[in-house]
Write a protein of this length. Structure first.
Length: 208
């Protein structure tokens, strides 16, 4: 992957909820692979907070190796959640991901919440303490899309009022479908997971 400049996108919250294992981030990092972070869909991770993904990525690395020097540090996790994401998309490289002249103004402005108080090690606290509560302003390509913690281009109350009845209707529909027939796709995914774990255990035995 490293030689072909391909990137890996780690979705820790989604992997944990689905029970699909832990991405080999430490091994990828050692081989020079660019590892970025993602959230996957809201139905598999229940969160779009990149701060939560950074914290989980750092914590999960501690389960894959007993060597502290190989763990994902707070600075590495922060990089995975920012500049590495820009590097993962060829057309974004050299355009976003950094506060630098010539780069697009994609910025977060934080108003420190209690989680960041007292403020000591900024990078460490951003990764291990912050959860998105301190986000005050968000700029995308120079346009303010969040101000004082609220969306500027969408009326949140209007959006929720329109989505709520649709959500209720979908829940009723899914309940009817579930009664008539089990979800075959979930059964097939479960089979795939079992096969993958069997192969992984075989590979581990061969390795030792």
């Amino acid at each position: 992957m490293a030689s072909s400049h391909a990137s890996a996108v780690h979705n820790p919250a989604s992997n944990l909820k689905l029970g699909s294992g832990i991405a080999p981030v430490v091994a990828l990092k050692k081989r020079g692979v660019n590892v970025a972070l993602g959230t996957d869909g809201g139905d598999t991770s229940d969160s779009y907070s990149i701060f939560e993904q950074m914290r989980l990525a750092a914590f999960l690395s501690r389960l894959t190796t007993e060597r502290p020097e190989d763990w994902v540090t707070s600075s590495e996790a922060l990089k995975m959640g920012t500049v590495n994401g820009a590097e993962a998309i060829p057309s974004w490289r050299g355009k976003i991901g950094k506060i630098k002249k010539g780069y697009r103004a994609d910025l977060l402005i934080l108003r420190p919440h209690l989680r960041l108080r007292p403020l000591n090690d900024i990078v460490s606290q951003l990764v291990f303490c912050e959860g998105g509560h301190s986000v005050d302003t968000v700029l995308v390509d120079g346009r303010v899309v969040v101000r004082k913690g609220r969306l500027t281009r969408v009326r949140e109350e209007t959006l929720v009022s329109k989505v709520q009845p649709i959500s209720e209707k979908m829940r009723k529909l899914y309940a009817v479908i579930a009664k008539k027939a089990p979800d075959k796709s979930e059964l097939e995914i479960a089979k795939l997971y079992k096969r993958a774990f069997v192969e992984e255990r075989r590979a581990d035995r061969r390795r030792f």
